[in-house]
Design a protein around this ligand. Structure first.
Ligand SMILES: [Mg+2]
Length: 213
């Protein structure tokens, strides 16, 4: 089976499984339907930011957040970059110095994630299989926090936001650092663009966020 077919099949199976294990019905969203019963609401982040640097330690504390799990590629660093910028190190330090627990959670390989996380001494979970719960549960255990005390930060609706919402965390969507993506992410972006258009058409998402993200 070719690589593209395998990925499409995987995503299709994943969507079926998620639907099976979610207690939500797939319904068309319009004014006559109950938005709260639609599983599509799981794709809505609680907050949208253009950059992680908009997120300050005090804000997390005000929201009752004690643990922060952060995606790596296109959230902290561009997907094709290996060096950690000094401002990212400083931002992460500002969180931990305020007593917040921080972990990096990525679907990428151990080599990729550890190369970034180990030198700056941040716990990490590689091959997290987002949007499934496995990685989020491990992160919660690692940080000693409940889902309600956690924030999930990432640049993708399908993995970070959907997975974080389903887990019960406070989800924050970040504008991707670069316009390009790793090959494995391109299918996610296609699904994401459809979901965003649908949410926009049904009045659940503002035009500005669609254009920016
Ligand atoms: Mg990412």
């Amino acid at each position: 089976m070719c690589e593209i077919c395998r990925k499409v099949l995987t995503r299709f199976t994943l969507s079926l499984l998620l639907n099976k294990f979610c207690d939500y019905n797939i319904i068309e969203i319009d004014e006559g339907n109950n938005w709260g019963e639609s599983w599509l609401r799981l794709f809505l982040p609680k907050r949208y930011v253009r950059s992680i640097f908009e997120l300050k330690p005090d804000w997390f504390k005000q929201e009752g957040i004690k643990g922060i799990v952060i995606d790596l590629d296109n959230t902290l660093i561009p997907w094709d970059v290996e060096e950690v910028p000094d401002e990212v190190k400083a931002w992460l330090s500002s969180l931990t110095e305020q007593g917040l627990k921080v972990a990096i959670i990525s679907n990428n390989s151990r080599a990729r994630v550890s190369h970034f996380a180990k030198p700056i001494n941040i716990p990490y979970i590689h091959r997290a299989k987002k949007p499934f719960n496995f990685g989020f549960k491990r992160a919660a255990k690692m940080m000693g926090t409940s889902p309600g005390e956690m924030a999930v930060i990432g640049d993708q609706l399908v993995t970070d936001v959907f997975g974080g919402n389903y887990f019960g965390a406070y989800t924050i969507l970040v504008r991707p650092l670069v316009d390009s993506d790793a090959p494995a992410t391109k299918i996610n972006r296609l699904i994401e663009s459809y979901i965003k258009r649908h949410l926009y058409r049904t009045g659940k998402w503002s035009r500005s966020v669609i254009d920016e993200s």
